[in-house]
Ligand binder design. Structure first.
Ligand SMILES: *Cc1c(COP(=O)(O)O)cnc(C)c1O
Length: 370
């Protein structure tokens, strides 16, 4: 068997190859390549999928995040609450606007611990950024309550959670703005960089369309200093094809996760669990291996199985955020998780044979040589 990759995109492409190729040709032959019919149709269909009134296509997930705070008017002197254990892009979305991230520890589901948010709220707090990490919806009931009580904006980072729900409602439809990435390795990956925001507010949708195109609504009349963050027609068209299959794509990942959970049996590892009112779309299947994570990673590597750590250095400890002066141990749970997590191979098109090999190897870990 070939080496098992942690993530791969070719199998997902080949499954619907004809549809993708047909759409790509159609766009290439149309003579229109940025912000056109495909983008318009995609925005309509994606908003419908998420359950919001509007979606706006953008160039990346990071753009969705920083533009979200920009259109909400959050900037210098403002604080935004975010979980410690996230991808650094979540935090950059805040700091690109010169706002200050205030970190909250994660709960047992790796989501922001809603019970620890209120103690971090000050008179400078303007918003909460919820990251539905690894594909699981966070406790939005509680978080929405907190936002209402303290009059805070709510932004969702849904880069890993396309289709995940809390109480039957999809992530990206709870906050003022939902931010999506369609980076190729995401559950709803494009074939290049792409992103979007979702919102129910017509004014925020309008502002986002202005910001993504140099701050201009009418050609050569620039209202604000914006960005070049337009979605191209090729990605929009291909995303429309993928969107049609999202239910199936998600179901397949749920099946893979279930198989891991049923098959993995080793007292050295802690398997992921899902909160009562939430679902996961299993962007990652993450184990925790206290004290032996790096040994398991090496053991799997020796058996031709690739894994990834999401993420080895939490944002508050990265060089980029050295200016925040947060000592090691200042977010102990976040710190522990960074040393214990490991993401198993997980991709659409993973075969039973491949998955069995991963499961058998994990179950054998620590039992062969003591
Ligand atoms: C991928 C990702 C982003 C950034 O998306 P890009 O499209 O790569 O800019 C932001 N937040 C999270 C949680 C992500 O996983």
């Amino acid at each position: 068997m070939d080496k098992i990759m942690q993530s791969r995109m070719d199998r997902g492409f080949y499954k619907y190859q004809e549809e993708y190729e047909q759409k790509a040709l159609e766009v290439l032959r149309s003579g229109w390549y940025i912000l056109g019919k495909e983008d318009e149709a995609f925005e309509k269909e994606f908003a419908e999928y998420v359950g919001t009134k509007y979606a706006v296509g953008l160039a990346s997930g990071l753009d969705a995040l920083w533009l979200a705070f920009r259109v909400l008017g959050i900037g210098k002197g403002d604080e935004v609450i975010v979980q410690g254990n996230t991808y650094i892009a979540s935090v950059m979305g805040i700091t690109i606007n010169d706002a200050t991230p205030v970190f909250v520890e994660p709960d047992q589901y790796y989501q922001i611990d809603a019970d620890k948010i209120e103690e971090k709220i000050t008179d400078k707090t303007k918003a909460i950024l919820v990251v539905h990490l690894y594909g699981q919806a966070a406790n939005m009931t509680k978080i929405q309550e907190i936002c209402k009580k303290h009059n805070l904006k709510l932004v969702e980072d849904c880069a890993q959670s396309h289709g995940a729900c809390h109480n039957g409602k999809m992530t990206g439809s709870f906050g003022d703005i939902g931010c999506f990435s369609f980076y190729p390795s995401k559950n709803m990956g494009a074939f290049g960089d792409a992103g979007a925001i979702t919102t129910d507010d017509p004014e925020l949708a309008r502002l986002m369309k202005i910001y993504r195109n140099y701050g201009s609504e009418k050609r050569y009349y620039n209202m604000v200093v914006g960005a070049n963050s337009r979605l191209d027609e090729l990605q929009a068209g291909l995303l429309r094809v993928k969107l049609k299959h999202m239910a199936e794509i998600t179901q397949e990942r749920e099946k893979l996760a279930k198989r891991y959970t049923e098959g993995i049996d080793n007292p050295l590892v802690i398997k992921p669990t899902i909160a009562p009112n939430s679902t996961s779309v299993w962007h990652q299947y993450v184990l925790r291996v206290p004290g032996k994570r790096d040994d398991l990673k090496q053991y799997l590597e020796d058996n031709d199985i690739a894994t990834i750590i999401h993420y080895p250095i939490p944002p508050h400890r990265s060089e980029a955020y050295g200016y925040l002066n947060m000592a090691e141990g200042s977010l102990p749970i976040t710190g522990h998780y960074a040393n214990e997590v490991i993401s198993l191979p997980m991709y659409n098109g993973m075969t039973g044979e491949e998955q069995d090999k991963v499961i058998d190897c994990i179950n054998a870990f620590g039992k062969i040589k003591q």
